[in-house]
Design a protein around this ligand. Structure first.
Ligand code: ZN
Ligand code: ZN
Length: 287
């Protein structure tokens, strides 16, 4: 039995390999199954699933949703999604629209501060691709509003700065709702990025998320310390949650991290996939 990897990004979000490339790569590495979990999009899934069928390799349709949370970041994974589910598609389109409104709002804020800048200039700086804050920084630098890229972020663009506009995010309850509606199994990704001090706070949050429809915790993750893994595992057992794992591989070897194995410590058994399937079946029957 080969190993599995349930947390992977492709070019549909910020990964380097296309969905079909990552499927081929996983098979070549001797894995038994993977999940594609791009940030806030299911656009890579059709391609990944069909490549899996073509070469005879199991691909689980997934997603990784960013939810509203402070002070750290909360990511929620969804597995075995029905990718044609209308609510899922409607919510993701809504998210895209809301995100697209972010850049014009930054322009507006800069204008109100007396800075002469328009969206076309920023679009040009992006070379026609996806516009992000670095492109704003380049334009501000070009216009000599700031003396360095860093100054552009510090004074205007970073979180809390004068022209900062927060990214739209769903509340955890909303994200968990549409994942469940789309027949997915929802799992809290890498709990160590939540920025929560102390395990009792985390426990409270997990209980709240369970109320909202959470079914598992990503226990095994390259950036989790062994004591974190032990604690997350305890929570999973205590509350009858799935213990899943993945490398968060983005398609390039970063500090020796690779698909399926992380930095050599991962090696997750296929039984995790079987557990996911069992939970999915049980919750579909319970509807
Ligand atoms: Zn994440
Ligand atoms: Zn990720």
């Amino acid at each position: 039995m080969g190993y599995i990897d349930l947390h992977l990004h492709t070019t549909a979000s910020d990964g380097v390999l296309s969905p079909s490339e990552i499927v081929k790569y996983a098979k070549a590495k001797g894995l038994q199954a993977i999940a594609i979990t791009d940030h806030d999009t299911i656009e890579g899934l059709e391609e990944g699933l069909s490549e899996g069928r073509r070469i005879g390799f199991e691909v689980i349709p997934g997603i990784e949703i960013s939810a509203e949370h402070l002070p750290g970041s909360m990511h929620i994974l969804g597995y075995f999604l029905d990718i044609h589910h209308p609510l899922l598609n409607e919510r993701l389109e809504y998210l895209q629209k809301a995100r697209a409104e972010r850049n014009p709002k930054i322009v507006q804020k800069l204008n109100r501060l007396g800075i002469d800048i328009n969206f076309d200039e920023v679009l040009k700086a992006s070379g026609g691709g996806q516009v992000g804050r670095p492109h704003f920084a380049n334009v501000l630098l070009e216009k000599k509003v700031v003396r360095s890229f860093q100054e552009a972020f510090d004074r205007f663009l970073k979180k809390g700065a004068l022209a900062y506009v927060d990214k739209f995010r769903f509340k955890s309850k909303e994200a968990l709702h549409f994942i469940n509606e789309a027949k997915g199994v929802a799992v809290l990704a890498h709990p160590n990025t939540l920025g929560i001090n102390g395990y009792s706070e985390l426990e409270k949050l997990i209980l709240q998320l369970v109320e909202e429809g959470l079914k598992g915790i990503e226990v095994y993750y390259p950036e989790h310390s062994s004591s974190e893994v032990a604690q997350y595992k305890t929570f999973a057992e205590r509350y009858g949650l799935l213990a899943t794992g993945g490398t968060d591989y983005h398609g390039m070897e970063k500090n020796g991290l690779d698909i399926g194995v992380g930095r050599g410590e991962m090696k997750l058994p296929y039984s995790i996939v079987e557990n996911l399937k069992a939970v999915r079946t049980r919750s579909l029957l319970g509807r």
